[in-house]
Design a protein around this ligand. Sequence first.
Ligand SMILES: [Zn+2]
Length: 407
Amino acid sequence: MTRIADTLFRNARLADGALAAIAVTDGAIAAIAPEAAAHDIGAASGVDLGGRLVVPGFVEGHIHLDTSFYGDAWRPYVPYTAGFDVRERVAIQHRNMAAAAPMAERARHQLDLCISNGSTRMRSHVMVDASVGLTSLQTIAAVREQYRDLIDIQLVAFPQSGLLTCPGTADLLDAAFDHGADLIGGLDPAAIDRDVKGHLDMVFGIAEKRGVGVDIHLHEADTMGIFTIEEIAARTRALGMQGRVTISHAYALGDIPADAVRRVADSLAASGVAILTTAPGARAFPPVAALRDAGVTVFGGNDNIRDSWSPYGDGDMLRRAMMIGHRSDFRTDAELGIAFEAVTTAGASALGLANYGLRVGARADFVTLRAAHIPEAVVAVPKGRSVYRGGVCIVRDDELIASPARA
Ligand SMILES: [Zn+2]
């Protein structure tokens, strides 16, 4: 007997199909050994995983904890009056939010949903603007504290109503970093603020002053969106912020020809700017494989769940991987693996998570799946999952064992 672990997980099926024993000490993975060598590891307690596939906890890369109605009354989607218009949608959202259940209650329901599906890390955008001030951020930061033993949450101060066109927002965004925000957000610098330079000056100015990362919502289409993407990449390089900047949605990358994608992708890779995609319904979206081939980190998120923007979303990052694969026409095992990476390791890379993964030294956050291997998990999206956080079971067969929402 060479060592004493707190817990020894037996019969864990790894991605390559092999059965392994995983030793956990002080909440971290201390050893991963072939199952046949499990008897060499002493442990205070043991758990038999029964040959289930074991994967790292999922990374929910983009969600809105403040605006979901999940667990609240169903709110029928209100169509646009004249096509996609962010401002019209924001106005609808304000009306819906005024009639909704308390924000903390809705956020807890949404977190229970995400955790029970296997997410153990998350990045949530939270509205910070002149209409709501810092109230939403303070509410969600307090909920984050209640859930600290279940999930790690990064909060992005998100100027949902624009920055230059919503007076007072810049000061609020700066103050957000005294109230729990971790990153600075942005929104359609050209389409909403009609001033790409002015918008990015403010966003990157606050990022530099506060020493925080950037995650910008970019719905802008075609060449206008590409111009903004190139400006963001250039600023990221100029400020030495490689690895700390994300462009969420970046629809424009789905609107341009393949040779133009390659040129922009090389710039994004050289700048260390990550791309977040939800693999949206009928909208053209970034070509995941081409970006990844160029060295760009591409990761996934649910974005809206039962909110004013969409009735869809189920808090399941494994289903999101399936959707990314399905919409990308991924078929080979290698391609299905790319879809899976988008909700695990690529998400961890974009979020800058150092202690992530199914490896020695990482925190023992993992999910057990009823699948033989990762390609099957991506296409089948099996339920009956259990989730371990720091080696402690927090979800058994899809049921969150102790929710702060019920406390
Ligand atoms: Zn969003």
